[in-house]
Design a protein around this ligand. Structure first.
Ligand code: C2E
Ligand code: CA
Ligand code: CA
Length: 685
């Protein structure tokens, strides 16, 4: 049997603090736990009001009506105990009203719940933290049911979709109401299945109806049984990014002026069509179209009109082909057409002719009318070549053939063109080693003073003795040297070699008038005329006066206003080097700028001289050139004088010097020396 003593012990040892209170809250009795937990002695607490030890509103126990306490079996509330040392403890108070010895009392059990409180608090904090991360995310975040109904969405998401509140969105179905083209559900599910998430780009409809492109990533949330209970999604508006990517792509692949694909895009198309041709066995034709005389239109009517012409030309070319064919602008006035699905070669020819005809029609450009024509080079795939670069090169070569044949026509790439192209490549290769292998040598062609018939001058002309091909004309290899930049080294060699001969012959013939000329390519003036830089020094080291050397340049060079040209020419003048204009009469033939550059000689071109006797016009022009040149203080040299008739006419006009087969062909230095020797004997000075 448990006696009263035992109940007392249970009361004292209970883990909860136990209180017996009067109905107005004064302590009648407490257990050991109660005062020990608070740090008081029992005596200190008895008779005190409970409110001294607890932030307790008695109303919480009595529910606002102390008289009603009997009606309550239990009253449970939370409160805070205040210890003697001031520290606090969260507690839960469970109270009930009793009658003890015919007196109403309140019995309260007070339990320490601070551990539970701490956990609750931490949970609430972390929930708030994630909520605020969720809300403040830069991306739109949302949760949906497995079927796609939105159950939660953050501020950014609401903003992105253009809605006013979360509530409005909670009713929406992602796939039905928001996505414009929902991702294929099966594909989506298999993605989720494989990776646990799915990412896709999707067009999204805003509340206003406006559409934006967004990137969406959905993660599946599964329960213990592996069933998907919801999806968590991240969504980002990538409309701007897409737009600028599209723009960059557009700029990288299309020509801004005509809107046609550019070279880049054309290569892509060609590549694809080549694969298709391989599969399906049809031919492809590449037509490279170059507008003839476009430069003239641009120069005379201006770039704005030039641009209009190009746009119109693009339009006309497009009108000549099928929608499945491609037109591209490669740059400048060059267009490329790709004809696909060809089974019959005649088809290509008809289109090429149509384009040629269309482009010859007058161009009405604002108030101006312009005329151009077109030269077209055609090559076929796979017949002519199997790779893109060669195909484009083929078309280019064929186009030049068309131009060479007098423009306004088309020309096919042929095997012989290929052979030519190959031999050209070989020649370039061989040219690289020619200087070291000492395959170059010089010929000199005497220049005769017309009044005396004496030779003090000669033009140095380079020769190339190719080990297998024999002699190659400078007319054939100089353009290649120019193209490859080898002209710098070659020109340098010619100048220095010639200067040495000038020194030698000047010495032995005691002729301070001895003057040798070298030809200079316009290319040698590029890149700051780098090889000419040391020429002046070279002459000084040699002890040769600048006056003993002449450089022959072409008229076109003077039109080039670049400072490197002017600088180099000024350098020459300062060193006393003389300058001759070569081939005068074939180019712009304007005397006006000759003065600006301190030119010493004018060489009338051979084509002029050879027609001298037959053509009265030529005669008058030649005479006029000579008279005007003299007025400007220039001496005149006639080139290519072959007949006595030409010589006497030129002499009559007052021409100063003559050069040509009539006097001598270009000859080896030894032979030239013989010529000098013979005139020493004939006319000793
Ligand atoms: P060019 O400067 O006009 O040289 C004159 C060309 O006419 C030379 O041809 C010469 O042999 C030829 N010729 C001279 N008199 C007559 C004639 O009475 N009748 C005919 N039919 N032809 C005559 P070549 O030596 O074949 O040189 C061709 C061109 O190659 C030169 O034309 C020149 O532009 C260029 N060239 C030659 N040597 C050099 C050089 O060292 N450097 C550079 N950059 N070009 C050079
Ligand atoms: Ca010359
Ligand atoms: Ca010439």
């Amino acid at each position: 049997m448990i006696g009263a003593q035992d109940f007392r012990a249970l009361f004292e040892l209970s883990a909860d603090s136990q209180y017996l209170l009067t109905t107005n809250g004064f302590i009648k009795e407490i257990n050991q736990t109660a005062h020990e937990r608070l740090g008081y002695s029992k005596a200190e607490m008895l008779g005190e009001h409970i409110g001294k030890f607890m932030l307790l509103d008695l109303a919480a126990i009595t529910d606002g009506n102390p008289n009603k306490i009997e009606e309550h079996e239990f009253a449970i509330c939370e409160s805070t105990e205040v210890r003697k040392d001031g520290s606090v403890l969260s507690v839960e108070i469970c109270s009930r009203a009793l009658e003890l010895n015919a007196q109403k009392v309140i019995f309260s059990a007070v339990r320490d719940i601070s551990r539970r409180k701490k956990i609750e608090c931490a949970l609430r904090e972390s929930e708030e933290k994630y909520r605020s991360l969720f809300e403040e995310s830069f991306d739109g975040l949302f949760v949906t049911t497995p079927t796609g109904e939105i159950t939660d969405i953050n501020r950014k998401g609401i903003l992105m979709f253009g809605y006013d509140s979360k509530d409005e969105m909670l009713r929406l179905d992602l796939e039905k109401d928001v996505y414009v083209y929902p991702p294929d559900r099966n594909k989506f599910l298999s993605m989720v299945h494989a990776n646990g998430f799915a990412e896709y780009e999707v067009i999204v409809k805003k509340k206003s109806g406006e559409q934006i492109t967004s990137w969406c990533s959905l993660t599946a949330v599964e329960n213990k049984e592996g069933l998907i209970t919801s999806y968590r999604g991240i969504i980002r508006d990538i409309t701007e990014k897409k737009r600028s990517e599209d723009l960059i792509w557009q700029q990288a692949n299309f020509d801004t002026l005509t809107g046609l694909p550019n070279r880049n895009m054309f290569r892509d198309c060609l590549n694809q069509e080549m694969q298709k041709s391989d599969r399906e066995g049809f031919l492809l034709a590449l037509l490279l179209i170059d507008l003839d005389q476009f430069k003239e239109v641009n120069d005379t009517l201006g770039h704005v009109v030039g641009d209009l012409l190009l746009q119109d030309a693009a339009y006309r070319i497009q009108a000549c082909i099928r929608g499945s064919d491609t037109v591209a602008r490669l740059g400048g006035d060059e267009f490329m057409v790709l004809l696909s699905g060809i089974y019959e070669a005649g088809h290509v020819e008809r289109i090429a002719q149509k384009i040629v005809n269309k482009l010859t029609e007058p161009f009405q450009l604002g108030s101006e009318v312009a005329y151009v024509s077109a030269s077209i080079g055609i090559t076929l795939y796979p017949n002519d070549s199997a790779d893109i670069d060669s195909l484009i090169k083929n078309a280019d070569q064929a186009m030049y053939v068309a131009k060479g044949k007098g423009r306004n026509q088309f020309s096919y790439f042929t095997q012989s063109l290929q052979v030519m192209a190959q031999s050209r490549l070989r020649m370039i290769n061989d040219l690289r080693g020619a200087l070291n292998a000492k395959q170059f040598f010089l010929h000199f062609q005497p220049i005769v003073e017309m009044s005396t018939g004496l030779i003090h001058k000669a033009e140095a002309l380079i020769r190339w003795r190719h080990p297998e091909l024999g002699m190659i004309s400078p007319a054939d290899f100089i353009p290649l040297a120019e193209e490859t930049g080898l002209i710098h080294e070659i020109g340098d060699w010619v100048f220095k070699e010639t200067a040495k001969w000038a020194k030698f012959w000047g010495n032995i013939y005691l002729d301070e008038n001895c003057q040798l000329s070298v030809n200079m390519s316009p290319v040698q003036f590029l890149h700051g005329g780098r090889t000419c830089e040391n020429w002046v020094e070279f002459l000084a080291d040699l002890g040769l006066s600048g006056n003993n050397m002449v450089v022959e340049i072409t008229e076109g060079l003077l039109l080039n206003a670049e400072s490197t040209v002017t600088d180099t020419l000024l350098n020459f003048r300062d060193a006393g080097l003389q300058v001759a204009i070569d081939d005068f009469g074939t180019g712009y033939s304007s005397l006006s700028y000759l003065n600006k550059f301190d030119i010493d000689y004018l060489k009338i071109d051979r084509s002029f001289v050879s027609n001298l006797e037959a053509d009265a016009n030529n005669m008058a022009l030649s005479e006029a050139i000579i008279v005007m040149a003299h007025k400007l203080g220039l001496k005149v040299i006639a080139e290519g004088v072959e007949t006595e008739g030409q010589r006497s006419l030129l002499s009559e006009f007052g021409c100063d010097y003559a050069q040509g087969y009539l006097f001598s062909k270009p000859v080896f230095p030894e032979e030239f020396e013989e010529l000098l020797n013979s005139q020493v004997v004939l006319s000793p000075r």
